[in-house]
Design a protein around this ligand. Structure first.
Ligand SMILES: Nc1nc2[nH]cnc2c(=O)[nH]1
Length: 455
């Protein structure tokens, strides 16, 4: 048999969650990856035993054999990350959203005119997110064109699948003079960036451009309409913030007498390729619209605990089958780790379910049956993210891109400990989700390319 179109194979134990709330343990699976970086086959032991493929791969040094206590999981998908806020991570979460933006975030983002600074930060960010297992990331950049190109170049060079948007904000009432662009400039640079990405040499679909109005308060209706038109004409991804906090929701009500979703719909920004970060205060009509358009929600659990003023209705959205994944929302979070986001999403839902006030009776304190499970959170960070982006990623399946993370539980100085006699496959996956440190992530592949190798 000719195996020339097979780039390499991996033999060992793997986990994934093709179905919400369930997992599959692929024990001793042989995954073969073709020269396009796609999964060519997933073979069980009784299948590869009767094939010559292992022998060929081994002879030609194209077989990666996982050790005991090493596990493959699908590459993690971050649906919402602010690249220029990377230096801000871990500080400044003392203020509410409005003041946080005005006092810390806008001054920092304005510094990215300096291309040297942009290059230094984005190199470090992309290396760190990859090293944390993020194989696909949806990035807000700053309002500047050149530094946004630098971000796209950096992702391409380091091999991260990235969806990158130049931020647009023009409202003189809400945006500081030093961090604002006219409608014309916003539109011109959005087009120029889109053009740049579509002609980047060596891209092959790894990098996509995203139309990025920051959120309702920072954009005039004129800008939203122009961007909506551009996104529709060019079938672009769109990303923005949606009904994130009491203040943001109130702002739209005061200005338009409508919800964020209605405004996005009317301005042509709501579509199958729209990613709505947060989406905390949704009306029933909003939810129906999001579902009808096939748009997606990026749930950012830790950030929501600081800025949202209320808990995300994750349980209900998952029950209704909306496209829903997870976002780190760096720097309104203290880590880029999407496994940590999974854990935070579970915790967030548990606090919501239990409630908080000791003054209330147990039965009145929380919102019954609103928790989500570890498997559901992991599904959101993998399968759900892939569905949101409408890409064949997030699951180990023939024809899907080989985006994968190798987790090693043999590292001494870390928290992921597997006790073979005590831990079932389900326990092992829960431990991977809950306790993996960055040191445990020893290899990462994107589209079949090894982009992190720590051993
Ligand atoms: N969390 C978050 N919310 C926003 N709303 C508008 N801009 C931002 C931002 O940078 N972070």
């Amino acid at each position: 048999m000719n195996h020339d179109d097979i780039l390499f194979g991996i033999l060992g134990n793997a986990f994934h969650c093709p179905v919400l709330g369930e997992f599959e343990f692929l024990e001793n699976v042989l995954i073969t990856i073709n020269t396009d970086g796609e999964i060519d086959s997933l073979l069980k032991p009784d299948e590869y035993a009767v094939s010559d493929i292992m022998e060929v791969l081994e002879r030609e040094n194209r077989l990666v054999r996982l050790k005991e206590k090493q596990y493959l999981i699908p590459g993690l998908i971050d649906l919402h990350c602010h690249a220029p806020q990377w230096p801000q991570m871990g500080k400044g979460l003392d203020l509410p959203l409005y003041n946080w933006l005005a006092n810390y975030t806008f001054p920092l983002e304005a510094k990215y005119q300096d291309l040297e600074f942009a290059k230094r930060v984005y190199d470090d960010l992309v290396q760190s997110t990859l090293s944390s297992g993020t194989t696909s990331a949806v990035y807000f950049s700053s309002i500047h064109l050149e530094p946004t190109r630098v971000l796209a170049d950096t992702c391409l060079e380091k091999g991260q699948r990235a969806f990158v948007g130049k931020v647009c904000m023009d409202d003189v009432e809400q945006c500081p003079d030093y961090y604002r662009q006219s409608v014309e400039k916003s539109l011109y640079e959005t087009e120029a960036f889109h053009q740049y990405v579509s002609t980047m040499s060596g891209n092959h679909g790894l990098i996509s451009s995203v139309v990025t109005p920051r959120f309702i308060p920072s954009c005039t209706e004129g800008l939203l309409k122009e961007l909506g038109q551009f996104a529709t004409n060019n079938n672009c991804y769109v990303q923005t913030h949606c009904s994130e906090s009491d203040w943001a929701r109130e702002y739209s009500q005061q200005k338009y007498g409508e919800t964020d979703i209605s405004v996005y719909e009317k301005t042509g920004l709501l579509g199958r390729k729209t990613i709505l970060a947060h989406s905390i205060f949704l009306t029933e009509q909003d939810v129906i619209k999001i579902q009808d358009y096939g748009a997606s929600i990026a749930h950012c659990p830790l950030s929501n605990m600081y800025f949202a003023n209320a808990a995300m209705e994750t349980r209900e959205l998952l029950n209704r089958g909306l496209h829903c994944g997870l976002g780190s929302d760096v720097a309104a979070s203290v880590t880029p780790s999407m496994l940590r986001s999974c854990f935070d999403a579970v915790t967030h839902s548990r606090v919501r379910e239990e409630g908080t006030s000791t003054k209330l009776a147990a039965g009145e304190r929380g919102e019954a049956k609103t928790r989500i499970s570890f498997l559901e959170a992991f599904w959101m960070a993998t399968t759900g993210g892939g569905k949101a982006l409408d890409k064949n990623i997030g699951v180990f399946r023939r024809g899907f891109s080989f985006d994968a993370v190798l987790v090693d539980a043999n590292i001494q100085d870390c928290d992921l400990k597997i006790w073979q006699a005590l831990d079932s496959a389900s326990d092992i996956l829960e431990k991977i989700i809950s306790t993996t440190n960055r040191q445990n992530i020893i290899k990462v592949w994107v589209q079949g390319r090894e982009v992190v190798c720590k051993q």
